[in-house]
Design a protein. Structure first.
Length: 115
């Protein structure tokens, strides 16, 4: 990597620190919410591949394959300069995470106010 490229990357990071910090905060917040509701989703029906599915090699390989595809697509988008698409993908992923993390709390809220 040339010296000009590394300073360019640092400049870009300095310009986007606020959005990067916001996404990092939402990511950490989602994980903490997920940890707090983990007992609610600790049933076989809520697991991706059922009760024994996480230990089957085929399912683990399938997950790794999709992670690889996702990573390649994100890197390709970054190289093409399509950062707005990457931000959109991250925001949609965070929205789904927040939806599943907040759903039990919303249900509890509705029960508490008896609606």
């Amino acid at each position: 990597m040339a010296q000009g490229e590394s300073s360019s990357v640092l400049e870009k990071m300095q310009q986007q620190w606020a959005s990067m910090a916001g996404m990092a905060g939402m990511f950490v917040g989602t994980i903490l919410l997920g940890l707090s509701i983990q007992p609610i989703y600790d049933v076989p029906e809520a697991r991706a591949f059922g009760e024994e599915g996480a230990t089957k090699a085929g399912n683990v390989i399938l997950e790794m394959f999709f992670i690889l595809i996702f990573t390649v697509v994100i890197i390709w988008l970054a190289r093409k300069g399509l950062d707005f698409i990457i931000k959109g993908i991250v925001m949609v992923a965070l929205w789904f995470s927040m939806f599943y993390a907040l759903a039990p709390y919303v249900e509890l809220f509705w029960i508490m106010i008896r609606i």
